[in-house]
Design a protein around this ligand. Structure first.
Ligand code: TNX
Length: 550
């Protein structure tokens, strides 16, 4: 017995030696280190008072099972050796998802103001776990008070240019959860493929979801791969993703592009174009190679902006889009529906008798006002359904729809203007958060170009100094976009987002005055080990690259 006891003591001592230093990203508001440590082992109990906190317990158990090979019993009560989840203990600030975290040798308590807060506290716990696989996981004694700086912390994934299967979309959502992000912006339609099942319009799936080939290499490409490429998510799969995200306190914001980036939809239903008889090939850049049938409307095979957009003159266009919205709303509980609105060439509208007629009837002085009419009409429809419209900053041109939220991507100008007009703004400027851009000057994979290194992302402040304190409140948060023209597989997604997404999490969560680049760089070394533990790809060159780029 004695021997067993001393052996047990020895194991506990070893665990003590390996306790992780406090290395939390995003950096919490306040961290106080205590004395000693708590050891998570298979006999530790998760205490959950109600169903709301079960999400936190379930996530932790899944994580422990996956990366450490054991999970913990979930109970309503326990006396010793417990991790307690306890939401709504105290309310600090309404709707701010704050939490307190305390670990002592006796146990761990995570007290969120909301279920989200408790979930974030659980993410903090995960970051205190040692990185080597063991059934005895020592975490240091700490006391943490924490809350997010912004209410909207988003990541976008473009699933149109390249299609990502359900398993990977879930993995991406897990990455968001592990970084305390709360919005997943799902880019579901674009010129190169329609990716969501709409039962009323089956040709969106049979035609709009497929292209006969893709250009090889960087635009305009060196040829065409001639491969039939595509796919879409069924409504059942969409529900599965939405639920998966909700279980991680993440809202999925769907994006259905209009009036531009519409050529996949037009391929399915040519009458949505101003000129149904004009073949897609007539709009296609001459320097890009083409595969397969070139008659009629075809899903495009290269990148960029296409002039074949939704006709703003036909009632049929609005009927179609409203029907699409009708099918989408029951799938997405999100308060926000993104309708794109970016990069809509006006050349077809200028030549189209029906568009010109619409302008005359509505006293619209130019095609920008016609775009504004388009978005405002869709906004009215979306508002009637009790939802809020989000659009890219082009929706400012020709007058902003009354309640719209603006995603400012062409720099911060649009966002500043919208905030001054008292519209909510999500910052996604190309200068800081376009994760399709290179992270080193010497990038050897094919990308869209550009250059945004880690330090640049880290240094981003989403609230521009041009705004007064009052106006600044309209900046609800920020988001990074991963456009996937040159991102063909999950590994490349990971390579493009890591570690920049980790830096962005701190931009969005940590109070400005607590951000600290040298401290972040130090923590990054541990973060790399986490990526390794997750089996994720990531951009490994940061430390070398910064030296090379100086
Ligand atoms: C602009 S950002 C686009 C996308 C491209 C991206 C490439 C925005 C609203 N539109 O269609 O994929 O640039 O960086």
């Amino acid at each position: 017995m004695r021997i067993v006891f001393s052996l047990l003591m020895a194991i506990t001592c070893c665990a003590a030696a390996s306790a992780q230093t406090v290395n939390i990203i995003p950096q919490p508001v306040s961290v106080k280190t205590g004395k000693g440590q708590f050891t998570v082992s298979p006999s530790t109990v998760l205490v959950v008072q109600d169903e709301g906190d079960r999400k936190a317990a379930d996530f932790l158990n899944k994580y422990l099972r996956q990366y450490y090979g054991f999970s913990l019993p979930v109970k309503k009560q326990a006396t010793k050796n417990a991790i307690r989840f306890n939401t709504r203990k105290f309310i600090r600030k309404p709707d701010n998802d704050a939490y307190s975290f305390s670990s002592t040798p006796a146990g761990v308590s995570i007290d969120g103001d909301t279920y989200e807060g408790t979930f974030y506290g659980m993410q903090t716990l995960i970051q205190l776990l040692p990185l080597t696989k063991s059934k005895s996981l020592a975490i240091p004694a700490v006391s943490i008070q924490d809350e997010p700086r912004f209410g909207y912390r988003g990541m976008m994934l473009d699933c149109s240019r390249h299609f990502f299967d359900l398993a990977f979309v879930k993995k991406y959502i897990d990455y968001l959860a592990l970084h305390k992000f709360n919005y997943f912006h799902w880019h579901l339609t674009d010129d190169q493929g329609w990716r969501i099942e709409i039962k009323k319009y089956p040709e969106l799936m049979s035609k709009g979801a497929w292209r006969n080939g893709t250009v090889i290499g960087r635009y305009p490409g060196t040829g065409n791969d001639n491969e039939h490429y595509g796919g879409y998510y069924t409504q059942e799969q969409v529900k599965e993703i939405v639920q998966y995200a909700a279980d991680r306190h993440i809202t999925v914001v769907p994006e259905i592009e209009m009036p531009g980036h519409a050529s996949a939809a037009i391929t399915a239903y040519p009458d949505l174009s101003c000129f149904p008889e004009t073949p897609t090939k007539a709009y296609y850049p001459k320097e890009c190679a083409w595969a397969g049938d070139s008659t009629g409307k075809q899903v495009v095979q290269s990148w960029g902006v296409y002039a074949d957009v939704f006709c703003a003159g036909k009632e049929n266009t609005f009927k179609f889009l409203q029907d699409v919205i009708d099918e989408i709303l029951p799938l997405f509980p999100s308060q926000y529906i993104h309708v794109g609105g970016d990069e809509c060439p006006k050349s077809n509208w200028q030549k189209c008798a029906k568009c010109q007629q619409r302008m005359k009837e509505n006293n619209l002085k130019d095609e920008h006002e016609l775009q504004s009419y388009f978005i405002q009409r869709m906004e009215k429809y979306i508002n009637e359904k009790g939802k809020t419209l989000i659009g890219w900053d082009e929706i400012l041109e020709g007058g902003l729809a009354p309640n719209a939220w603006v995603m400012s991507w062409r720099g911060e100008k649009g966002g500043i203007e919208a905030a001054k007009q008292h519209h909510n703004v999500i910052m996604t400027p190309t200068d800081y958060v376009y994760f399709d851009y290179n992270q080193t000057k010497k990038e050897d994979s094919v990308t869209i170009g550009g250059y945004i290194n880690l330090e640049k992302v880290y240094g981003y402040n989403p609230v521009p100094k041009e705004l007064t304190a009052e106006e600044g409140k309209f900046i609800v948060g920020a988001q990074a976009n991963l456009w996937t023209e040159y991102v063909t597989n999950p590994g490349k997604v990971e390579y493009m987002v890591f570690p920049r997404m980790t830096a962005l999490s701190e931009v969005l969560w940590t109070p400005l005055e607590k951000k600290n680049w040298p401290a972040f760089e130090k923590k990054l070394k541990t973060q790399y080990k986490r990526y390794d533990r997750w089996g994720s790809d990531y951009h490994k060159e940061h430390f070398k690259a910064t030296a090379a780029n100086k």
